[in-house]
Structures are given as C-alpha cells and as structure tokens.
Design a protein around this ligand. Sequence first.
Ligand SMILES: NC(=O)c1ccc[n+]([C@@H]2O[C@H](COP(=O)([O-])OP(=O)(O)OC[C@H]3O[C@@H](n4cnc5c(N)ncnc54)[C@H](O)[C@@H]3O)[C@@H](O)[C@H]2O)c1
Length: 259
Amino acid sequence: MSGLFDLAGKCALVAGGGRGIGEAIALGLADAGADVAIAARTQSDIESVADAVAARGRRSMSVTLDVSQIDELGPAVERVSSELGEIDILFNVAGINIRKPATELEEEDFDQVMGVNFKGAYFLCQEVGKRMIGRGQGGKIVNIASLATGMGLPKITVYTGSKGALGQLTKGLAVEWAEHDIQVNALAPGFIATDLNSHLWENEEFNDWILDRTPAQRVGTPQDMVGTAVFLAASASNFVTGQVIYVDGGVIAGSVWPL
Ligand SMILES: NC(=O)c1ccc[n+]([C@@H]2O[C@H](COP(=O)([O-])OP(=O)(O)OC[C@H]3O[C@@H](n4cnc5c(N)ncnc54)[C@H](O)[C@@H]3O)[C@@H](O)[C@H]2O)c1
C-alpha cells in the first residue's frame, strides 16, 4: 500500500456501516490499515462487520446508534474515542428513502428522511468535528450523497432534498473547517444494488431504465465505492475539500445517446 493511501494508525467511524455501501467502506478502510468502529441501528448487522474488520487484523468495535436521535450522538462519539481511539475519519453513510408522490408525502415521512439523511449527518459532523478541532491534528469527513444531490428524481423529493442539503453541508463545513486541516467531501454513488433498493431490481422495466441512463452499462456494487472512499480518507486527498465526487458509471455526466 502506497503511503498516500495508507490508513495504518488511523481510527475511523462508519455510521450506517452495517451492510451495503457502509459495510464495503468499513472493510475497505480496514484493508487500508484503519481501525474501524461501525455504528448502525441493528446490532446483528454491525457485529458481523466488526468481526470482519477484526479478521483483517484491525481493532474494531460496534455501536448501536440511531443517528436521528441527536442525544445519542455525543455519547457514541465519546465511547468510540475512549475505547478505540480519537476519530480521524468519519463516514456518514446512514440513509433511508420513502417513495411517494410529492402531493402525498406526510410531515412524518419528511421528518423521518430528513432526520436520518441530513439532521443526523449534520450533528454527527458537529460532534466529531468539535473533537477534531480540539485535538488539532486535522481529519477527514466523508458524507455519502447521491445522484439526487445533483439531479432531480421523481417520487423521492424529500430524499432528493436531504441529499441536496447534504452536498451543501459538505461545502459549508469544508470552507469553515479548512483552517483546521479537516477535509470534508461527499461521495455520491450512482445506482448501486443494495438492500435499500433490492425490491426495485426485480422490476425489469426499472433495470432497463437504469441501464439506458448509465454509460457504463451496468449497475454498481458497494465494492465500486471503496477506492474513492479510501482516497477521501487518506492523505492522498489532503488538498481535496468541499467536493461531491460521483461514483456512478457516468450517469451524472450525461445520458447515453440514443442514435
Ligand atoms: N444503493 C444505492 O443505489 C444508493 C445510491 C445513492 C446513495 N446511496 C446512499 O448510500 C447510503 C447507504 O445506502 P445502502 O444502499 O447501502 O443502504 P442500506 O439500506 O443497505 O444500508 C443503510 C445502512 O444505514 C443504517 N441506518 C439506516 N438508518 C439508520 C439510522 N437511523 N441510524 C443509524 N444507522 C442507520 C442501516 O442499519 C444500514 O446499515 C445511504 O445514505 C444511501 O442514501 C445509496
């Protein structure tokens, strides 16, 4: 492993690391040398990921945490810092989606999606950022955005709003914390097959729609996210901040030409 991408001696917290994209990122960080704390709502998910991190010879811990419960965040960060080590790298991966036409979305739906995707990420950045600033050794924060950060998608308007806000939060924090040598970036996955959207892959029409819009002509995998995640967590990206990097097989760049 080149020194630029070496995470040995670093401590990472992956919030939403229990499965899917977060699991792949947690294991990728461990492969690059980091000790990793995995936080998610379901204990069974995070334990198996923590075990897989430990099997790679890294230190690991699992933390049961609902990121939308703001009063849980401070104690969780405190626990990771005292038991695993001060957090050098934070990944905000936890995310949910509710599919409904905008005319039917209820306030409860709105609060739920914004609570996990934006408010939870905001206050976890705050908790970890405060400690990074106090410690004076810089840090890396990566928010998992979406295609919906940069384009409109129908019937998921509150998800789109939350991911747009997350992209702008990334830029705001990047400029506010640059003087502390904290880089804040967003990784925006394209269409990736995970539990979040497994029901959609059974629909042939949907699959065709995705392939028509993905210049790479395939659906992504959680593993496709790992290279960019390690880059954004490592010293290789020390002059990269406030960016939304799309890892999407070309979707955001434009459509496949139909002629
Ligand atoms: N799958 C895709 O195509 C895709 C595309 C773009 C962006 N994303 C984003 O990537 C992230 C991960 O998506 P995924 O497809 O791997 O999803 P997933 O549903 O497979 O995994 C989500 C993870 O977040 C955790 N989580 C959910 N709510 C939580 C909460 N309140 N508190 C703590 N943890 C919570 C879950 O336990 C799980 O570990 C999400 O932010 C999602 O919006 C996914």
